[in-house]
Design a protein around this ligand. Sequence first.
Ligand code: ADP
Ligand code: MG
Length: 267
Amino acid sequence: MARIIAIANQKGGVGKTTTAINLSACLAEKNRKVLAIDIDPQGNTTSGLGIDKKSLDYTIYQLLIGECSLEECRLSSDIKNLDVLPSNVNLAGAEIELIGVEGREYILKKHIDPIRDDYDYIIIDCPPSLNTLTVNAMTTADTVLVPIQCEFYALEGLTQLIHTINLVKQRLNPQLEMEGVVFTMFDARTNLSLQVVENVKENLKQNIYKTIIPRNVRLAEAPSHGLPINLYDPKSAGADGYRQLAVEVIENDEAEMYERNEISEIK
Ligand code: ADP
Ligand code: MG
């Protein structure tokens, strides 16, 4: 059964989408069956995985407002082992349209629960706000992965984010856990990046991924080619980073399954 990871941080530009695209692709490269769900109206995970977001008949928007089925909007990508639930700008209207709809926090979950067995991992890219769309991602997910950009204001907003995760856990999804934080855009040439990492480690009582994603221009270029980094530039530092993150996610997941006696050995 898939582990479902929501990638969330209400700050824009911290590396959520870059992480969603490349973690999904690197898990798929490791022969895991992956579904990438784009629940951000910007649709950058959709286009970054090579799907033309303007030419879609159905997107997650129609799914959420009840105008299409999951099968109608689920796409298989050109990348082996990787399916996508795409999004585009139409999704911006969903927030308003869902006002007053009973059970609106659970719409995505209702559609995803029945297909959990089709995948090993389901990765959800959230919009940069704590709105109904993000709440839908968090009620569907097992864990929340929080990218933190290595910059001066890194910790700003994190208290609010953790508070939101706790509220969702208390009221909507008791299973929800913090997957952990991952540092992104680390620049080894600056002291600031190092200081941010040290500061967060001291102040944040959360799991912190050992993998640190470097600032790497190839990661910024790849989306305009509709390719994840492991296919766009397999030897880049960015590809190394996200491959390592995928390995760490798999290792953590398998260690947990082993503890729960769901598997008999760690591969
Ligand atoms: P978010 O989804 O949180 O808004 P993005 O993943 O879209 O953030 O990243 C914001 C910008 O920074 C994008 O232009 C992206 O290409 C770039 N970017 C993200 N991660 C890196 C990185 N590690 N190195 C260089 N550029 C990056
Ligand atoms: Mg984004």
